[in-house]
Ligand binder design. Structure first.
Ligand SMILES: *[C@@H]1O[C@H](CO)[C@@H](O)[C@H](O)[C@H]1NC(C)=O
Ligand SMILES: *[C@@H]1O[C@H](CO)[C@@H](O)[C@H](O)[C@H]1NC(C)=O
Ligand SMILES: *[C@@H]1O[C@H](CO)[C@@H](O)[C@H](O)[C@H]1NC(C)=O
Ligand SMILES: *[C@@H]1O[C@H](CO)[C@@H](O)[C@H](O)[C@H]1NC(C)=O
Ligand SMILES: *[C@@H]1O[C@H](CO)[C@@H](O)[C@H](O)[C@H]1NC(C)=O
Ligand SMILES: *[C@@H]1O[C@H](CO)[C@@H](O)[C@H](O)[C@H]1NC(C)=O
Length: 622
């Protein structure tokens, strides 16, 4: 039965949660920290001495500025990470190559490489002729399924015939090629800066995102094509070009909220891809952060590459962002604020339609963090996603919460988590909260890192001990054209998307009741100025009835799309399965923050209460 159901889902026949099997029981998970190279805090040339590393294979920086962990090699015994080597001696000392941002493999099975190290650098000492005109972006390291290549930011590390793990994969055998996205007809690549690049499981296609000048974000999908001797564009060095690029917008497609006369209609089938987050285990679905389905509740979705069927993967009121599927395609692990109560004050009341989100969506993103402090921890969810009362299982919840323990809340999850190819292990990384996001006027006292050398970051391995190794799902064959997307050749611009006109509308609840919405536009920004909603016995889900009013006005400066300035008034009541309220205090709630710095600042209060449990906004600056 399970097999039949998952097969039908893989074929895109089921979407939504109605056909989902009953949720899995929690399973035992053991979490360990993985070793990294020796740590130094002094970055001066020569500080990485033979006392600290007798083998002369590098020392890494105590702070995590450039650090990022990626995923496993095909044998499941190594994890790729991006480190910053510091304190190397000057050339011609052979140790001089262990300098700057580099991609390394770390051992995930407790063994060492032949030289005795628990790590091996993939990019150090690669001859200059093998690594011409590299792109400075070195984020989101990712091992290709073929084990011989790795994505390293906007570059591909390539070890020719050898596995990256092999001792035959030496610097001389290694090439590193930049990735070029020709967005303009002259090949210059001006016209869009790719970010958040993710490699498809077929090792040939890529997905990425790019910001528009107005702070919007589009997602793209294309194919890597090796270009040994480019004739145009930058760099004029052997590179990978992105070809057959599609922007993940459906031309003339439906919008998530549309007007039909004076009626509003919600379209769950709308293709509304925000930031691209990767792929399912077989590569048949693209994962992304999408338009909210409930007010102030940010979720991840999956869209089938050919059918365009959209699945909502998460519904928990808290905020989710990075995620990764298991290679058997039956599970995913997400980095989520659930459990921290970070966002419950704005999103905790369930099944409010996403109307105020026309002006508040950036607020939900900017309040999920406090500066560099994240509230993410990894959560394990089956492929069908959150449903009913199932919200997955915390990966690192066991422990006593003491300083440095696996569930120490001061160690915050970062992007990306990953599954081992046999789906029995998960790796994720964390950074410890540091000044100015603790200490000083902040009531949170800065914790002292108990990691090796006082490192402010750590890589963790979670072993799903009851699982037996699983075969990866067969890789989905990507067609040349994604039927629902829009080709984006050099010089193209994104198609216009449906824009809900300002106006006075009625939205009928799926179960009962009605919401009256007044939506006004802001001609200066081209966006919306305000949304005011009055709910009358409104219900989209049986047992959840909403009454009351909610009104939010955006007073952003038109010049800065990252700026969030909201005047917010809520007086909502929910009855039935729960008794809940969402209320602003006298004078309302006035939020002013910035989606790039994410420092919380508000006058007034917004509080959500559910069955007597009170969720309050964070204090300013925390
Ligand atoms: C860093 O190391 C250099 C060279 O060894 C030394 O001169 C300097 O004092 C050190 N700095 C600190 C802050 O320890
Ligand atoms: C790598 O190649 C260079 C010449 O390109 C050579 O001088 C050097 O000895 C080689 N290193 C190794 C370890 O084979
Ligand atoms: C729009 O509303 C009219 C009148 O209620 C209805 O007949 C029509 O089916 C609606 N259109 C859509 C696309 O739902
Ligand atoms: C918490 O667990 C650690 C081992 O993980 C142990 O060393 C420590 O004593 C424990 N602390 C408390 C307060 O139980
Ligand atoms: C919308 O409703 C408001 C408040 O009732 C009213 O002032 C305004 O004139 C209405 N606008 C339209 C276009 O009907
Ligand atoms: C919701 O409001 C309507 C009037 O708008 C009222 O008839 C109804 O009793 C209210 N329901 C609750 C649960 O307060």
């Amino acid at each position: 039965m399970m097999l039949a159901v998952s097969l039908l889902a893989a074929l895109g026949i089921f979407s939504g949660t109605h056909a989902s099997p009953s949720p899995p029981a929690p399973e035992p998970i053991e979490v360990f920290e993985l070793p990294l190279p020796p740590v130094i805090s002094n970055t001066t040339e020569g500080s990485c001495t033979a006392d600290i590393n007798p083998r002369g294979t590098g020392c890494i920086h105590q702070v995590f500025d450039e650090f990022q962990a990626g995923d496993f090699t095909p044998d499941g015994k190594h994890v790729i990470v991006n480190v910053e080597f510091v304190g190397a001696p000057a050339a011609p000392n052979p140790a001089s190559i262990y300098s700057g941002e580099q991609a390394i493999l770390i051992k995930a099975d407790g063994t060492t490489f032949p030289n005795g190290d628990t790590w091996k650098c993939l990019s150090c000492g690669v001859p200059a002729g093998n690594a011409r005109s590299l792109d400075p972006e070195r984020d989101y390291p990712h091992v290709a399924r073929n084990g011989k290549q790795a994505l390293w930011g906007h570059n591909i590390i390539d070890c020719g015939d050898f596995a990256l793990t092999s001792s035959q994969c030496t610097p001389n055998q290694t090439h590193i090629y930049p990735i070029h996205w020709p967005t303009s007809v002259d090949g210059s690549g001006k016209g869009g800066i790719p970010r958040e690049m993710r490699l498809h499981p077929d090792d040939t296609h890529m997905g990425w995102s790019s910001f528009t000048s107005t702070g919007g974000q589009f997602a793209y999908f294309g194919r890597l094509q090796f270009n040994p001797s480019p004739k145009d564009g930058i760099p004029l060095a052997p590179r990978y070009d992105l070809v057959n690029v599609n922007v993940l917008i459906q031309s003339h497609g439906v919008g998530p909220i549309m007007a039909n006369g004076t009626e509003l209609q919600l379209h769950d089938e709308a293709i509304s891809v925000g930031e691209l987050r990767g792929f399912s285990g077989s590569g048949d679905e693209i994962l992304y952060i999408g338009s909210p389905r409930e007010a102030n509740n940010i979720d991840v979705f999956a869209i089938h590459v050919t059918t365009g069927a959209v699945r909502r993967l998460t519904s928990h009121p808290e905020y989710i962002d990075p995620l990764a599927f298991s290679h058997d395609n039956n599970w995913f692990v997400g980095m989520d604020t659930r459990g921290s109560n970070r966002q419950m004050w704005m999103s905790g009341m369930r099944y409010i339609p996403p109307l105020i989100d026309l002006v508040t969506v950036t607020a939900a993103s900017s309040t999920r963090n406090n500066g560099a402090r994240r509230f993410f921890q990894p959560v394990l969810i089956d492929r069908y996603g959150d449903r009913d009362t199932y919200f997955g299982q915390g990966v690192n919840v066991a422990g006593n919460g003491s300083s440095g323990s696996v569930n120490d809340p001061n160690w915050n999850g970062r992007a990306d988590p990953a599954f081992s190819p046999d789906s029995t292990k998960i790796t994720f990384w964390q950074a410890i909260v540091a000044s100015p996001d603790c200490g000083g006027v902040n009531p949170l006292v800065c914790p002292v890192s108990t990691a090796d050398g006082g490192r402010t970051y750590r890589v963790m391995l979670a072993h799903l001990t009851k699982r037996s190794p699983q075969q990866p799902a067969p890789i989905f064959q990507i067609p040349d054209k994604i039927p629902w997307a829009t080709p984006f050749p050099p010089g193209a611009s994104a198609p216009n998307q449906y824009h809900l006109p300002a106006g006075n509308y009625t939205l009928r609840g799926k179960v009962q009741g009605v919401a009256h919405a007044i939506i006004t536009s802001n001609p200066e920004t081209g966006g919306y100025r305000s949304v005011s909603v009055r709910y009358e016995d409104y219900s989209d889900v049986k047992g959840y009835v909403i009454n009351g009013t909610e009104s939010v006005t955006s007073i952003n400066t038109p010049t800065d799309p990252w700026e969030v300035k909201l005047e917010w008034y809520s007086d909502l009541h929910e009855t039935g399965v729960v008794t809940a309220t969402k209320k602003t205090g006298p004078g309302g709630f006035h939020l002013s923050t910035n989606a790039q710095t994410n420092l919380f600042k508000a006058d007034g209060t917004l509080t959500t209460t559910i069955d007597g449990v009170i969720y309050e906004q964070p204090a300013n600056g925390t």
